[in-house]
Design a protein around this ligand. Structure first.
Ligand code: HEC
Length: 129
């Protein structure tokens, strides 16, 4: 009985942790988290690297940067009308390959909800140099 109560409490805590409040993200910390993305993405200039630039990513359709060679999977997403926002970027960064199978972003994902919140806050600030 007590065991069940403890298990239920643990579940409740886990569930609360799984729904991060993105409004709490810290853009300055996010700038540091973005170091993990920098090898492949530029968020300050409309310059493509291994990945497409992320200028204005909030509200941008998937696979919408002209001249970048996206995977078929990402192009198909874009054709569906899929849009990047706080929720979809968070899901993608948690598990890139699971969220959009066969997309070609070679990134394992971010483990910590805090890192995801912070990097989203940074991207929302539409960083300029
Ligand atoms: C090893 C290189 C690499 C790393 C590291 C990486 N990405 Fe990507 N990313 C890509 C590639 C390549 C694509 C294009 C995927 C496709 O076409 O399937 C992409 C696509 C994206 C997209 C969709 C862009 C669009 O125009 O539709 C977002 C958003 C994104 N990445 C965010 C991030 C963030 C934030 C990080 C760091 C936490 C990150 N990526 C780390 C290579 C990378």
């Amino acid at each position: 009985m007590i065991r069940t109560a403890i298990a239920a409490a643990a579940l409740a805590i886990a569930a609360a942790g799984a729904t991060p409040a993105f409004a709490d993200g810290d853009a300055e910390k996010g700038r540091k988290v973005f170091n993990k993305c920098k090898a492949c993405h530029d968020a300050e200039a409309e310059k493509n690297k291994v990945g497409p630039h992320l200028v204005g990513i909030m509200g941008r359709g998937a696979a919408s940067v002209e001249g970048f060679k996206y995977s078929d999977a990402m192009i198909a997403k874009g054709a569906e009308g899929f849009v990047w926002d706080e929720d979809t970027i968070a899901e993608y960064l948690k598990d890139p390959k699971g969220y959009i199978p066969k997309n070609k972003m070679a990134f394992a994902g971010l483990k910590k909800d805090d890192d995801i919140e912070d990097v989203i806050a940074y991207l929302k600030a539409d960083p300029k140099p």
